[in-house]
Write a protein that binds this ligand. Sequence first.
Ligand code: SAM
Length: 282
Amino acid sequence: MSNLTNIGTVKDILNRHGFTFSKALGQNFIVNPSVCPRIAEMGGAQKGVGIIEIGAGIGVLTYELASRAEKVVVIELDSRLLPILDETLSEFNNIKIINQDVLKVDLAKLIAEEFAGMDVAVCANLPYYITSPILMGLLEAKLPIKSITVMVQKEAAQRICAEEGTRDVGAISLAVRYYSEPKVLFSVSRGSFMPSPDVDSCVIRLDIRETPAVQVDSEEHFFKVIRGAFLQRRKTVANSLSSALGLEKSAVNKALEQADIPLNARPEQLTLHQFKTIAEQI
Ligand code: SAM
């Protein structure tokens, strides 16, 4: 097979197909040979496992996934890449390519139809412009998947994987931690991509929990409270919550007191358990 991380080979393939990169679609393809094998291995690609990949590019990661996993279903929006993938992945018969916007695919149906009897994991070098909708979509859909191993922008990795109670925590960190155990696996420099982006990247893995980190009566209310608390990061939880949820400050203060939380606490200082207690009080 042609080496999909060799710059000369990649340029030749792209030129022959008249392909030009779309910045709007987040098209930065991996050309560092050590990155994709690591994503595939750390992402659980092995016999008996079905992999969903998001965004094939010219198939550099797909190649490593298909070499190891039972089956790979890759969702790629840009139809200009299809003839290229036909060529670069021609040696495999365990790959299915779906030419669609990942945000519009019914993944529960896809898993039931394509991966019967297999463990399923998601692996991808994500299009960064839709990192949060993709990750939250995967988590909120409560899909029967074991893990999500993805390359994201470094700052997004820090936020998504931030430990509870630390400075980098945002609403998304807590939402991710509710559904999964997140971990930064390794960093990837901008020079590992073609074209080279203006940002550095990290590969992260979210190991999906069998049951959420805390048990809440209403997820909708719980996440409304978390989002409300982080709406104005520099304000106290009490101030943010009373304005975001339209509540009397005294009612919010009472809820914080009952939850044993200082009235001047800031949202990033609170744990999922503390948010659960607040949500139960208001
Ligand atoms: N996996 C390849 C690699 O590592 O070199 C390509 C990764 S590139 C960062 C992101 C890929 O996602 C591109 O191929 C792009 O066309 C595709 N993409 C962008 N938006 C998409 C969407 N909404 N649904 C599916 N694929 C999308």
